[in-house]
Design a protein. Structure first.
Length: 196
């Protein structure tokens, strides 16, 4: 069954364009398109939006015009794939700011009420989180317990109803070389073909 896939490119360098995150996202997209899936891409680094500064702004403020198309793309998608490099143990601040802006009450979750938890409004979608990092992925997963990725999966994606969520952690990126990059591109292309 063909799926609608949204790739969210979370690398904050708009000028680079060919970081490992971009190369891997292109491999995933090519695999998905080859298999007949529909693909859209949101490149967070190219969007101009302010950071949220208060709970009131998050709950009642208007979504920045630059992010309205991103919300439409999320609503359209069956499957989300987020790509980002691990920076200081977490996702880059620009990606976090993007997620805070788009995951607003009324879109990602209901506004709730007195003493009630908000309803999850993005159910029916799955996700994959692809993270690149300098340290070995096993150390990040077992010693650091992949804390920031787990927080993203539980406190952002899962909180708004996205499930299941799978992850691909790619460590030791400085030492991958051309062969290592090609291997990972092959793996991501296969995942794209499966919309997985």
């Amino acid at each position: 069954m063909n799926k609608r896939i949204l790739i969210i490119q979370g690398h904050p360098d708009a000028a680079g364009g060919q970081h490992l995150c971009h190369v891997l996202a292109q491999a995933y997209a090519q695999g998905a398109i080859t298999a007949g899936h529909e693909v859209q891409v949101v490149d967070v680094a190219t969007l101009d939006f302010p950071l949220l500064r208060s709970q009131q702004e998050w709950e009642e403020g208007a979504v920045p015009p630059a992010l309205m198309a991103s919300q439409k793309a999320i609503a359209w998608a069956d499957h989300l794939v987020l790509f980002f490099p691990l920076w200081l143990g977490d996702m880059p601040a620009l990606l976090k700011g993007f997620l805070e802006q788009v995951a607003r009450p009324g879109f990602a979750l209901s506004k709730g009420g007195e003493g009630r938890l908000p309803a999850k409004l993005l159910t029916g979608r799955s996700a994959r989180v692809v993270v690149t990092m300098g340290m070995p992925a096993l150390i990040y997963r077992w010693y650091f317990r992949a804390h920031s990725v787990k927080a993203l999966e539980r406190n952002v994606l899962g909180f708004v109803g996205i499930a299941p969520i799978r992850e691909t952690l790619i460590g030791g990126v400085d030492g991958l070389g051309e062969a290592g990059v090609a291997t990972w591109c092959g793996k991501l292309s296969k995942l794209g073909r499966r919309a997985y």
